[in-house]
Design a protein around this ligand. Structure first.
Ligand SMILES: [Zn+2]
Ligand SMILES: [Zn+2]
Length: 305
């Protein structure tokens, strides 16, 4: 039974077409068996489906996969976490380059110049949105080949918006959207960032997964907009935060309707104001961008009643 501990040994186990075929076969069989709920495949079922010379060869390959990619039960074989993740990656063909999408124009906002038409492109594996006026970036997010393959133009933009919103909800609660490891978030002054002179943003979040090192950064008002109270406040005022692209919020940064400031040094406390129509939701956040309390205020700064 294979029990490799190093990543090099783990990947070595996979450099064999029969073994990859076994993993695909188990996934396809699970898919076909979903009505019966049987998630395991017996030795003979695998043998019937995989192109392999004899049972002893299959036995050898299964032995190599078991432990790292497959789990062996009385009734048959099922995936480990690693096997599950890897086989989904293989079936989705996310190892291939996505097709180019050209340029897609869409509505949004530029925090630097206030332009409301953006251009989406795929560049360096990222989904990038540029301002059509000043050409500066309005959003950059990952896309995966399967995501691009299944959609084009507006649909792809919509899928990025939804995925990013889901990822930001998890990130806010400290769960890595990639590996489910622990995310830690700090609030940083935008003045320390390279584009400080041009951005209207005062503070940003910097979130990093302690396990896989995935990094996400957002203007603090945008990060705060995913708090349930902010989602509900905007819903009441005709804006669905969870169904919007992050790039649509840039306009509010440019107009100073969404602002952030530090109000206390010890303990570090930040105040975010999100203005919508005649009222404002005010959120107070601590050093790791956790919302400690919220209040609704009227346009003149008084408390809402
Ligand atoms: Zn611009
Ligand atoms: Zn992670």
């Amino acid at each position: 039974m294979g029990d490799p501990t190093g990543a090099d040994e783990v990947f070595q186990l996979l450099s064999d077409a029969t073994r990859l075929d076994v993993l695909r076969t188990v996934a396809v069989a699970q898919h076909e068996n979903k009505r019966t709920g049987v998630a395991q495949l017996s030795f003979s079922e695998i043998y019937d489906r995989v192109d392999v010379d004899d049972t002893s060869k299959l036995s050898y390959h299964l032995g190599e996969l078991t432990g790292t990619f497959l789990r062996k039960h009385e009734q048959g074989y099922a995936f480990t976490h690693a096997g599950e993740q890897l086989v989904r990656f293989i079936l989705a063909e996310n190892f291939r380059q996505p097709d180019d999408i050209g340029h897609v124009e869409t509505e949004g906002g530029c925090q630097f110049c206030g332009e409301t038409t953006l251009r989406a492109v795929l560049e360096d594996q990222y989904f990038l949105m540029y301002c059509t006026n000043c050409e500066r970036g309005a959003n950059a997010y990952r896309v995966r080949p399967a995501q691009v393959r299944a959609r084009s133009g507006k649909e792809l933009i919509e899928s990025v918006a939804r995925e990013q919103a889901g990822d930001l909800l998890k990130t806010r609660r400290g769960v890595c959207p990639e590996c489910a490891g622990r995310i830690e978030t700090d609030v940083l002054a935008a003045a320390d960032l390279p584009f400080a002179d041009e951005t209207p943003v005062s503070y940003v979040t910097a979130s990093e997964c302690q396990a896989c090192l995935r990094f996400l950064s957002l203007p603090l008002p945008i990060a705060a907009a995913y708090h349930p109270e902010a989602v509900s406040f905007h819903w009441e005022h005709g804006l669905d935060i969870l169904d919007s692209g992050v790039w649509e919020f840039n306009q509010y940064l440019y107009d100073d309707r969404w602002t952030s400031e530090q109000v206390e040094a010890d303990p570090e406390t930040y105040r975010v104001d999100l203005e919508r129509e005649s009222s404002t939701l005010r959120l107070f956040l601590d050093a790791d961008a956790t919302v400690t309390h919220t209040e609704r205020v009227s346009r003149r700064g008084g408390r809402d009643v």
